[in-house]
Design a protein around this ligand. Structure first.
Ligand SMILES: O=C(O)[C@@H](CO)OP(=O)(O)O
Length: 326
């Protein structure tokens, strides 16, 4: 499939101020876990008045809290999962939980190399394995060497049983929040069907409308608009507040859930989003600053600073990584 983005987007740095959020920001604990997600698990360890942000580069013994000085800038990385076994077979996948192919694994690792010097404090994935594999494989390449850990909040027992008892170990971890709202759009009665055969049966135009129009749903499935209702709402309620706190976020999700989020970030019209295509395993970087999202393209690699504009903060982070790890 085509590389990222439509002609309208190439070279442009779209930005906008998100509408006044009705949702209050929520603080994080020393694990950088949003209080919203950690619920009872960490309730004894942080209060709303403590909003420590850890310097990701300091060793555990030197780690300090920077609670008084919040950054007004954060990076946001979006990655569509690597190739799945049903991408390979050209089948409509939707919410069917299919793993990555070997090529998809390689794409995820390559994506990780490309973002290896961009700070990540918090990871969001869908609840589907292909997105989770992608996030985990990408993070194996990150130069911060922190360990991504999936938060389990499906029951109190799951929370209790996955508790980490070492403060220092927590500091060397990155919380991973899995949310069904970031899942691929539900493809209804197309799930499991071959895309080419479906086009032959129903006509190319009809299938194109099901796949790329904003308003038209596939039979018994979600339109992009319906997918956006839950994915963008989740982004506004749970992810944007983290960015506003200065936490750097990675989202590993899907072609259509990410198209709906990019539509929101770049303020695309329902017409413009029809030509937005995302390649598997390709990371996209945004900077959230002064309540605006600025598209910074796709990082090519840790050494290619000129390919996209590093902000001062990102450049400093990279420099510290160099100093710490070289
Ligand atoms: O099958 C799917 O779930 C999606 C993504 O692979 O397909 P499409 O390319 O039609 O959005």
């Amino acid at each position: 499939m085509a590389t990222v983005v439509s002609h309208q987007l190439i070279g442009s740095i779209a930005s906008h101020s998100p509408s006044n959020s009705k949702h209050s920001l929520f603080p994080t604990d020393s694990f950088n876990v949003p209080i919203k997600f950690r619920q009872n698990r960490f309730k004894l360890e942080a209060t709303a008045s403590q909003t420590p942000v850890l310097d990701p580069l300091l060793s555990p013994s030197k780690t300090t809290t920077l609670s008084k000085k919040k950054s007004n800038e954060a990076s946001l990385i979006l990655i569509r999962h690597g190739e799945s076994l049903w991408n390979e077979k050209n089948l409509f996948t939707g919410c069917v939980d299919v793993p990555l192919t070997e090529k998809g694994v390689a794409e995820a690792i390559q994506a990780g190399k490309r973002i290896s010097t961009i700070p990540v404090d918090l990871i969001f994935t869908s609840s589907l394995i292909r997105a989770q594999m992608t996030a985990m494989l990408a993070m194996t390449q990150h130069r911060c060497k922190k360990v991504p850990i999936i938060l389990h909040d499906e029951s109190e027992k799951a929370q209790t049983w996955s508790h980490v008892f070492s403060e220092e170990t927590r500091k060397q971890s990155i919380p991973v929040v899995a949310a069904w709202q970031l899942n691929e759009r539900m493809y209804g009665e197309l799930q499991g069907l071959n895309k080419e055969e479906t086009a032959e049966r129903y006509g190319t135009q009809q299938v194109h409308e099901w796949r790329r129009s904003y308003h038209i749903p596939p039979p018994k499935g979600e339109s992009l608009e319906m997918c956006a209702e839950r994915a963008v709402a989740y982004f506004e309620d749970n992810i944007q507040p983290e960015l506003a706190l200065g936490n750097n976020v990675l989202i590993a999700a899907h072609g259509n859930s990410l198209r709906s989020i990019i539509m929101y970030l770049d303020k695309l019209t329902s017409q413009e989003v029809t030509s937005l295509e995302l390649s598997t395993g390709l990371p996209l970087l945004y900077i959230f600053k002064d309540r605006k999202f600025m598209r910074r393209g796709s990082p090519v690699g840790p050494t290619e600073a000129g390919v996209y504009a590093y902000t001062k903060r990102l450049a400093q982070y990279r420099q510290k990584l160099d100093e710490t790890l070289n």
